[in-house]
Design a protein around this ligand. Structure first.
Ligand code: NAP
Length: 456
C-alpha cells in the first residue's frame, strides 16, 4: 500500500529524517514535524533533491511547548488530510550538567519532550487516526523508546522510576541518565495503556528501541571528546560485536512498525530493531501504566482529568542557593565518609593487630602443646624401653632358672643313669660270678677230681 499520510516528529536529522526519506521513497506523504523551521525546511529540501516527486512537508512542532503541540494539530487539521500513521520519534538526551532544564510548561525537559509532548500530540490526533481506521482498518502509532528504559541495561546506573517525582525535583534525584531512563520508560507505559484503550478500534500502537546508534545527533549536548569517543571509538569497537546499529537500520526499524503489512493488527508490543521482545518488568506493571497515564493527562490538561501544573522551576538565585546547599551537604557527606573511612581504617588496624596477637598466642600454644606432646612421647618411649629391659631381665631370669632346672634334672638323670649302670654292672658281675660258679660246678661234674689210688 502507498499513499499513506504519516507524521514523523523530530524529522530534520537522525532516525526521523531517514525514516521520512524512506517513507517518501515508498510513495507515502510525510509531514516532517520539527521544532526548528529552518532545519525542518532544509530537511524537506534534501528529500526533494534526491526524490523530486516526494510528498514531504514541514510543519512546526515544538514538543517542549504544549501550546505548540495544540497549534500543530490545528495546522494539520487545516490540511484536511486523513492521518494513517504517527511516528513519535523526536527525543532528547540530556547533557551531563547536574542542572535540570525545563519546557515552556515547567516540565523537566527530557520527560517533557520525550513523553509528555508526545502524550498530548497522540491523544489530540487519536480521533483522526480512528477516523482513518474506520475506512482502512489500519492506522498506527509508533513510539520510539530505548532499551535504556530498563535499569538492568548497563549504560549508567539508574534506578526504578519514582512516579511521584517524574521531574526529578527531589534533591539529588536528577541526573541525565535517570531523566532519559524515566522518559523512555514512560514511552512504554504509555504504549501499553493506550493499546488497551484503543483495542478493536483499528488503530494500533507499538513501541520500538532502534538499537544503539552512535551516528545520530542524540548525544549532541555531550562534550566534544565524549561525542568523539562515543561515535568513533566506542561505536567503532561495538560495530564488530554487532551491538551498534547504523542510522539506516534504526530508521528501518521505525518504518517496519509503521507500514509492514505483516504487522497489521499487532497492538501493544515492544520491539527491539525488527524483533518483538519483552520489555522490563517495571514497564509491565499495570498500576504504574495507569498511574503514569493519569498523571500525564493531568499535566497535559486533557479533557476529563483534573488539571495539574508542574511547579515553577527554581530561579537562578534559588538554583544557586540549592547548589550551595547541595555543595554544603556534599561537603558534609564527604567529611562524614572521610571520618567513617578513618574509623574503618582504625578498626581494621585494631582488628589486624588483635588478629596478629591472637595468631602469636595460638602459635605459642601450638608450640607448648607440641613440647608437651614431645615430652609425653619421650616419656612413653623411655617407659617402653625400661619395660622392655624389665621384660628382657625377667625373660633372662626365667631362662636361667629353666636352664638350672634342666641342668639339675640332667644331673639327676645322670645320677639315676649312673646308679642304674652301677646296679647293672653289679648285677652283671654277680651273674658273671654265678656263671663262673656254675661253670666250675659243671666242670666238676664232667671231670671229677681223680681218686687217690694209693688209698685202694
Ligand atoms: N541514537 C540512538 O542510539 C538511540 C537509541 C535508542 C533510542 N533512540 C531514540 O530514537 C529517537 C531518535 O533519536 P536520534 O538518535 O535520531 O536523535 P537525533 O539525531 O538527536 O534526533 C532527534 C530529533 O528530535 C528532535 N527534537 C528534539 N527536541 C525536540 C522538540 N522539543 N520538539 C520537536 N523535536 C525535537 C530534534 O530536533 P533538533 O535537531 O531541532 O534538535 C531531532 O530532529 C529518539 O526518541 C531517541 O530517544 C535513539
Amino acid at each position: 500500500m502507498t499513499g499513506r499520510v504519516i507524521i514523523v516528529t523530530g524529522a530534520n536529522v537522525g532516525l526521523g529524517f531517514l525514516a521520512s526519506k524512506i517513507l517518501c521513497e515508498g510513495g507515502n506523504e510525510v509531514i516532517l514535524a520539527c521544532r526548528n523551521e529552518e532545519k525542518g525546511k532544509a530537511a524537506v529540501e534534501t528529500i526533494l533533491k534526491d526524490n523530486p516527486n516526494a510528498l514531504a512537508t514541514f510543519l512546526k512542532l515544538d514538543l517542549a511547548d504544549l501550546a505548540s503541540v495544540r497549534s500543530f494539530v490545528e495546522e494539520f487539521r487545516k490540511l484536511d488530510k486523513k492521518l494513517n500513521v504517527l511516528i513519535n520519534n523526536a527525543g532528547v538526551f540530556p547533557s551531563k550538567s547536574p542542572l535540570r532544564t525545563f519546557t515552556k510548561d515547567n516540565f523537566e525537559m527530557t520527560m517533557g519532550v520525550n513523553h509528555l509532548g508526545h502524550f498530548l500530540l497522540t491523544n489530540l490526533l487519536l480521533d483522526d487516526l480512528k477516523q482513518t481506521a474506520k475506512e482502512t482498518g489500519d492506522s498506527r502509532i509508533v513510539v520510539v523508546t530505548s532499551s535504556l528504559h530498563d535499569t538492568k541495561v548497563k549504560h549508567a546506573p539508574t534506578v526504578a522510576t519514582n512516579v511521584d517525582d517524574i521531574f526529578l525535583a527531589e534533591l539529588g534525584a536528577y541526573n541525565g541518565a535517570q531523566a532519559y531512563k524515566n522518559s523512555k520508560l514512560a514511552n512504554i507505559l504509555f504504549t501499553y495503556e493506550l493499546a488497551r484503550q484503543i483495542e478493536g478500534s483499528g488503530v494500533t500502537v507499538n513501541c520500538v528501541c532502534p538499537g544503539f546508534i552512535p551516528h545520530t545527533e542524540l548525544g549532541r549536548t555531550a562534550s566534544a571528546p565524549v561525542r568523539f569517543f562515543t561515535r568513533y571509538v566506542l561505536g567503532g569497537l561495538l560495530k564488530f560485536t554487532k551491538i551498534t546499529r547504523t542510522v539506516d537500520q534504526g530508521a528501518r526499524a521505525e518504518v517496519n512498525l509503521a507500514i509492514n503489512e505483516e504487522l497489521k493488527g499487532v497492538n501493544g508490543k515492544y520491539f527491539t530493531s525488527m524483533e518483538e521482545k519483552k520489555s522490563s518488568d517495571e514497564s509491565l506493571e499495570e498500576d504504574l501504566q495507569k498511574k503514569m497515564w493519569e498523571l500525564s493527562a493531568r499535566y497535559c490538561h486533557m479533557e476529563g482529568y483534573e488539571p495539574l501544573d508542574a511547579p515553577v522551576p527554581p530561579t537562578p538565585e534559588e538554583i544557586k542557593a540549592r547548589e550551595e546547599e547541595a555543595k554544603q551537604k556534599a561537603k558534609e557527606e564527604a567529611e562524614r565518609i572521610k571520618q567513617e573511612k578513618q574509623k574503618a581504617k582504625e578498626a581494621a588496624q585494631k582488628a589486624k593487630e588483635e588478629a596478629k596477637a591472637k595468631a602469636a598466642e595460638a602459635k605459642a600454644k601450638v608450640e607448648e602443646v607440641k613440647d608437651e606432646a614431645k615430652d609425653k612421647v619421650e616419656e612413653a618411649k623411655e617407659g617402653a624401653e625400661s619395660k622392655v629391659e624389665e621384660v628382657k631381665e625377667k625373660v633372662g631370669e626365667v631362662v636361667e632358672e629353666a636352664k638350672e632346672k634342666a641342668e639339675e634334672k640332667m644331673d639327676e638323670i645322670k645320677k639315676d643313669v649312673g646308679e642304674i649302670k652301677d646296679d647293672l654292672e653289679k648285677k652283671v658281675s654277680e651273674v658273671a660270678d654265678m656263671a663262673e660258679e656254675k661253670k666250675d660246678k659243671l666242670a666238676d661234674i664232667i671231670s671229677p677230681t681223680p681218686v687217690q689210688q694209693t688209698a685202694s
